[in-house]
Design a protein around this ligand. Structure first.
Ligand code: UT7
Length: 343
């Protein structure tokens, strides 16, 4: 059986920087830099301008990853698109990305399968598991896996929504997962979910059990209440479960691979809250220099956090060939996952 490895990484964040102070001064939210920074570690995030969607952010990250992998876009055999902020309800954003990448153009279009993954903050690791399976089973040689989010359009940027809206930012990260006969690559991935907490972090928008599924006014125009329009989160429960499950996910990776924590050279945790990751690092007694963060600059970009972190870490020299890298995520669902790669 061939191995699957990450042959290229890429990322893109929109240019508009929104600081914690900007949330107050530009959006009128009753908040302070100190409140947000003290509880989450976030200093700023990026917001895309109107007219830009998740597939647009994903194109940039994908082009970057494809170039880093040293392949042509038409070498791709499959697209996996992880997002909770797809361009539209359907079809999935993967087909928009396929078309925007130019795969359908020219004399030899490549109509690769495109699949969307709806696992929120764990979407990248659910996608990595799928990509690895497609490669190691011999069905694909190169799979493009993208995590991209345009949260800014769907945040309640008012004082009412401040607990959630101060956490999230826009961005995209991508990897190419390729086949290799070398003794390297993704050594294992482990996923979990606990549906009892499905509504503790959710954005309902509609209820398909109802007729009509979105209430209409007398003119037939859809009326979505704020509780349904915007993401709702029980932050304290999410925080507690995140720390617990992320610690367990790291330990499970080590146990399954029969390695020790000290064998791991770099930890790339999902960037939901710096304090969550500090607790996890503290409980596992991980040295600071082995845990990378970028939440200060981007906030929580959900499915994009880990691939952005991988791409940045490669580019700033913290992630190098031969290192053993652990990735861990937790989020809405609740869902979680971990992966270990020999880079
Ligand atoms: O990817 C997974 C997604 N999410 C997470 O991982 C998030 C996990 N949870 C958390 O990180 C934390 O729960 C938060 C940072 C979101 C919130 O921290 P908290 O200590 O749980 O605060 P809280 O929600 O209990 O709110 C405490 C107070 C409230 O005021 P009152 O009711 O005590 O008067 C909030 O209204 O802080 C207020 N508050 C704010 N104040 C200023 C909430 N958000 C803000 C804000 N600025 N942005």
């Amino acid at each position: 059986m061939q191995n699957a490895y990450i042959s290229g990484t890429g990322f893109y964040v929109p240019p508009r920087v929104v600081t914690n102070d900007d949330l107050r001064t530009q959006y009128g939210i009753d908040t302070t830099h100190d409140w947000i920074h003290k509880r989450t570690g976030i200093e700023s995030r990026r917001f895309a301008d109107e007219g830009i969607g998740s597939s647009d952010l994903a194109v940039h990250a994908s082009v970057d990853a494809i170039a880093a992998a040293g392949i042509d876009k038409k070498d791709l055999d499959m697209i996996l698109f992880a997002t909770l902020s797809p361009d539209h309800c359907f079809p999935g954003s993967g087909v928009f990305l396929q078309q925007k990448l130019g795969l359908c153009d020219g004399d030899s279009p490549k109509f690769v399968p495109a699949m969307d993954i709806r696992n929120q903050c764990s979407g990248f690791l659910y996608g990595l598991t799928t990509a690895r399976a497609m490669v190691t089973s011999g069905q694909c040689k190169h799979v493009l896996l993208v995590g991209a989010e345009t949260h800014s359009a769907a945040l309640d940027l008012s004082t009412r929504g401040r607990t959630v809206s101060s956490l999230f930012g826009d961005g995209a990260g991508a990897v190419v997962v390729s086949a290799t006969t070398e003794d390297r690559g993704i050594r294992g991935t482990w996923l979990g979910a606990d549906g009892r907490f499905a509504l503790n972090l959710c954005q309902k928008v509609w209820d398909i059990k109802k007729r009509p599924f979105i209430p209409m006014n007398a003119e037939g125009v859809g009326q979505v209440t704020p509780e349904n329009a915007w993401a709702q989160m029980d932050g304290k429960i999410v925080f507690k479960h995140a720390v617990e499950k992320m610690c367990l996910a790291v330990m499970q990776s080590c146990w399954e691979l029969q390695i020790e924590l000290k064998d791991i050279d770099l930890f790339c945790f999902h960037q939901a809250n710096m304090r969550i990751n500090q607790y996890v690092a503290q409980q596992l007694n991980l040295p600071d220099e082995k845990v990378v963060h970028n939440i200060q600059r981007y906030g929580n970009t959900t499915a994009a956090t880990i691939p952005i972190l991988l791409a940045e870490s490669e580019r700033n020299g913290k992630l190098k060939r031969g290192m053993k890298v652990a990735m861990v995520a937790f989020g809405s669902g609740f869902t979680w996952g971990s992966a270990v790669c020999d880079w």
